[in-house]
Design a protein around this ligand. Structure first.
Ligand code: GAR
Length: 208
């Protein structure tokens, strides 16, 4: 059984997709051991509570130093026996020590087709604003392993989504979630939990 920590900062619709994926067996061999939020008022914590999943708030604001926050974060992962860390809209940058300790065991969902509209400053609604401003016709979402860079790790799955005329950033965000994020994040977890994902340097091989 793969024990996962789902890390969130906000609404937690991707967390909900994972909860539902496990419930309806689109994701097998997986248990959410803990939900970690950096905001006490994140709605994702309500979703965890509603589903009787242990949840903790670990925020950099509550620690005197960034190192103390990192230590607390690592302690929580250890305490809950986490095998895979899932960043599902977690807007806190993790340091190289945590990334190297959990090499190829941290995944992230990003709301664009990497390498477009990613990296520093591209998160949440800002991504969709930039997509519309540039006028691209196809966007989407990406699940990738996390390395030391920002959105630079090995890509596991991507799903394209059409940009429609008249889209607002909010409408596009919603469609990217519905048509891409809520599908590929649960699928990536299922594939990893069932030993069907292998990483060779920057390339991910998937046994279909
Ligand atoms: C999602 O769209 C996710 O892709 C994005 O934050 C949103 C969280 O929504 N993540 C990033 O932009 C990371 N760079 P949710 O809380 O409803 O799952």
């Amino acid at each position: 059984m793969l024990k996962i920590a789902v890390c969130v900062s906000g609404g937690g619709t991707n967390l909900q997709a994972i909860i539902d994926g496990i419930k309806y067996e689109m994701i097998t061999n997986t248990e959410i051991s803990v939900v970690i939020s950096n905001h006490l008022d994140a709605y994702a914590l309500v979703r965890a509570d509603d589903n009787k999943i242990p949840a903790v708030c670990i925020s950099p604001d509550d620690y005197e130093t960034r190192e103390a926050f990192h230590e607390a974060f690592l302690e929580a992962l250890d305490f809950y026996g986490v095998d895979l860390v899932v960043l599902a809209g977690f807007l806190v940058v993790l340091p190289p020590q945590i990334i190297s300790k959990y090499k190829n065991r941290i995944i992230n969902i990003h709301p664009s087709l990497i390498p477009s509209f990613c990296g520093k400053g591209y998160y949440g609604i800002k991504v969709h604003e930039a997509v519309l401003e540039r006028g691209v016709k196809i966007t989407g979402a990406t699940v990738h392993f996390v390395d030391e860079g920002t959105d630079t790790g090995p890509i596991i799955l991507q799903q394209a989504v059409k940009v429609e005329q008249g889209d607002t950033p909010e409408r596009l965000q919603r469609r990217v979630m519905e048509e891409a994020e809520w599908k590929i994040l649960p699928k990536a977890i299922h594939l990893i939990a069932n030993g069907r994902v292998a990483v060779f340097d920057k390339t991910v091989m998937i046994e279909e």
